[in-house]
Design a protein. Structure first.
Lengths: 273, 187
């Protein structure tokens, strides 16, 4: 990949265009990753010049949607980091299971693999009927894909291994029907998931939850934006609720850190005051 | 080179043995950070940091995201994330698609570092069986930095440094026992 086709100033120009034209604020995103994504798309779409690229983003709404979809990272897996899901299964969700109703927010859900993973665990713990998973993302396109509950068949071997490592005891293939190259997940898994757009940068708290999961999203934000989003989670989390982040993410250094207690080795914190 | 601001080492199959030999020879007074990106299985992080810190008196740590990059420290890219360098000399992590079937990808770290450290960067590519790191070294050259490789003849798997030699104008071809001395002289 040629990295010098777009310079840092041009990146800033595009970001201010997005903000002015569409109200999408990417200015708090870490630049190295964002620039790499933009350069990648520029090459992928064989843009002829920066001017042409910029014009298309600003004037062609379909292309703008593609731009946003491509510069954000939408790579995800089912039961990624199985040990994390094991902790959810064995510790967090059984505690929440004593409540009459469980509200979960999965922020930055991308194409939905984690939403279905959580749904499977809830079902096995016999808690799905009294749970609701709000799975949100800023990208309408990935949410449409998530709502189809279809994932590549080629991934199922890996997902099945992850599922077993996360403490799953069933035959993983009982959760989907193979349809050529796609695995269509059972309808009941989707019945308690609400897919909806929400932009962590600009949208507000919309409910109170007992569990908020936001894994590998904060890594794309600068510190300032990370703190802002952590405050948003804090506002949206009930007392004694849980906040789960990605393996390399932390609430340390943020304002909310003092109110939370971390669970052993996983990146899960409980709101204790 | 006027001044080295960062020394980055990329490696794949056969590179760990090299690191274990090189680390003990590194002067504890070095004035720049050493950043190590090696391909390995997901989930073996703390082991690698432990293994390497046994071979040097310099602090060895696995990178935390948004961490400030400090001189005299050896940083290790966490498994299963790309490691990027920001203009303000902090690290950031990225879970995007694999590059050259790899995450972390050596290319990604070399490329982002090249734009930050420009002429004050040295990147060294070790033994390995794929071509990750080659276009990264091209970027390093493009921005005026120094591209170095392990002598393919001394590499357990010569493909990676040999590919680099084929496609990039390499500044330094080093035998294993020369790497430490080369690095120490940059301080």
């Amino acid at each position: 990949m040629e990295t010098n086709v777009i310079n840092d100033e041009q990146v800033e120009i595009l970001l201010s265009d997005l903000l002015e034209q569409y109200g999408y604020d990417f200015t708090g995103y870490s630049r190295a990753s964002l620039k790499r994504r933009i350069v990648r798309l520029y090459g992928l779409d064989k843009a002829l010049s920066f001017a042409e690229f910029r014009y298309k983003i600003n004037n062609d709404h379909t292309y703008f949607k593609r731009f946003v979809e491509q510069i954000t990272v939408n790579v995800t897996e089912m039961f990624r980091d199985p040990v994390f899901f094991k902790t959810l299964r064995e510790e967090v969700l059984p505690k929440l299971g004593t409540y009459p109703f469980i509200r979960i927010w999965l922020a930055g859900c991308s194409t939905g693999e984690e939403a279905y993973s959580i749904s499977i665990i809830l079902k096995e713990l016999n808690l799905l009927h009294k749970s609701l998973i709000y799975a949100t993302d800023l990208n309408p396109t990935v949410l449409e894909k998530a709502a189809q509950s279809m994932f590549a068949m080629s991934q199922m071997k890996q997902y099945s291994e992850n599922y077993i490592l996360s403490g799953g005891k069933k035959d993983f293939s009982s959760y989907y029907t193979a349809n050529y190259s796609l695995a269509k997940f059972n309808e009941d898994l989707k019945s308690k998931i609400i897919f909806s757009t929400h932009n962590l940068v600009s949208d507000y708290s919309f409910n109170e939850f007992q569990l908020i999961l936001c894994r590998n999203v904060l890594i794309y934000f600068d510190r300032e934006l990370q703190f802002k989003v952590l405050n948003l989670f804090d506002e949206s989390l009930e007392e004694l609720g849980y906040l789960a982040l990605g393996t390399k993410e932390t609430i340390n250094f943020s304002q909310i850190a003092g109110k939370y207690k971390r669970l052993q080795t996983e990146k899960i914190w409980r709101k204790v005051e | 080179m006027e001044k080295c601001d960062a020394f980055i080492i990329g490696g794949s199959a056969g590179s760990l043995e090299v690191l274990l030999k090189v680390l003990p020879r590194i002067n504890s007074e070095i004035t720049f950070p050493i950043i190590i990106v090696i391909h390995r299985k997901h989930g073996s992080d703390s082991l690698l940091a432990e293994l390497l810190s046994g071979r040097t008196s310099l602090p060895v740590k696995e990178v935390d995201e948004k961490e400030q990059i400090l001189p005299g420290t050896i940083y290790i890219a966490p498994s299963d994330y790309h490691l990027l360098i920001e203009q303000d000399h902090t690290f950031s992590l990225d879970y995007s698609e694999k590059v050259n079937y790899s995450r972390p990808s050596i290319d990604v770290t070399f490329q982002t570092a090249a734009e930050v450290y420009k002429a004050n960067l040295v990147c060294l590519l070790l033994s390995g069986s794929n071509s990750d790191g080659v276009s990264g070294l091209k970027s390093v050259k493009l921005w005026g930095g120094v591209a170095a490789i392990q002598n393919p003849e001394t590499a357990q798997v010569s493909y990676m440094p040999a590919q680099a030699m084929l496609h990039v104008k390499i500044d330094q071809i080093l035998n294993i026992e020369e790497i430490g001395g080369f690095l120490n002289l940059l301080s």
